[in-house]
Design a protein around this ligand. Structure first.
Ligand code: ZN
Ligand code: FE
Length: 253
């Protein structure tokens, strides 16, 4: 499986995914068609599938043009079939969906939107998390509530630690600054920030991250950790309250 991040809009990533066994090509969350088309043409590829994590314009903006040009099939969550332009194939929570010679497990992960899903390539241990889990961050809670978002993150936390994480935006640098403000003596976080600074100074993507790195350094995945609760003066509070607090702090960061 070959994955190429395609920079779109200001800070979005679409990902072209290519299964070389079956010569199947897909794109995850194309916010615009142009940069995706120019990559496909350069590589002499056709497009078979468009996979959408959720209905926001900066994830589906290229659907219709790409569909028209390549006759690609649009894949999205069944409950969002009225909000995902051009949808052809609907998937549901826990469904296994075949992409070429490989299999994707679908997880429904509401919170950012009510119909948000992620695509987990089980064999390859690769996940596309859209605007739910970012590197060192998590998405804003627009349609769902904090409890849903925390549950969604907890689903992702249970995947194998070596899982590679591909998210919808390049927010990592700013996210790192926020994490450091509240988790200042976290060595793993400090090390990750050094890596991030280097990559961004060369204008390179900080993606993919790995679940292992995120578990160690992403404050939103650490709301169950006693050391973090102590730092936030919330040592006897439930995980959900800690998560709510961290999300609120980030909203005004
Ligand atoms: Zn979004
Ligand atoms: Fe987005």
């Amino acid at each position: 499986m070959l994955i190429t991040p395609i920079s779109c809009l200001a800070d979005n990533y679409a990902y072209v995914i290519y299964d070389n066994n079956s010569k199947t090509t897909g794109v995850v969350d194309p916010s615009e068609s142009k940069p995706v088309i120019s990559f496909l043409e350069k590589k002499n590829l056709k497009l078979n599938y468009i996979l959408n994590t959720h209905h926001h314009f900066d994830h589906i903006g290229g659907n219709i043009e790409l569909k028209k040009k390549y006759n690609a099939k649009v894949v999205g969550f069944e409950n969002d079939k009225n909000r995902i332009p051009g949808i052809d194939i609907t998937v549901k929570d826990n469904e296994m969906w075949n992409f070429g010679s490989t299999t994707i497990k679908i997880f429904h992960i509401p919170g950012h939107t009510l119909g948000h899903i992620c695509f987990f390539f089980e064999k390859e241990k690769i996940i596309f998390t859209g605007d739910t889990l970012f590197s060192l961050g998590c998405g804003r809670i627009f349609e769902g509530d904090h409890k849903q978002m925390l549950n969604s993150l907890n689903k992702i936390k249970k995947l194998p630690k070596e899982t590679k994480i591909y998210c919808g935006h390049e927010y990592t640098y700013k996210n790192a600054e926020f994490c450091l403000e509240h988790d200042v003596d976290n060595i793993d976080l400090k090390n990750k920030f050094e890596k991030i600074k280097k990559l961004r100074s060369q204008n390179l993507p900080t993606i993919p991250s790995s679940l292992d790195e995120e578990l160690r350094s992403n404050i939103f995945l650490r709301c169950d950790q006693r050391e973090l609760k102590v730092k936030l003066n919330m040592k006897n509070q439930e995980d959900l309250e800690v998560f709510r607090k961290v999300r609120d702090l980030k909203d005004s960061f």
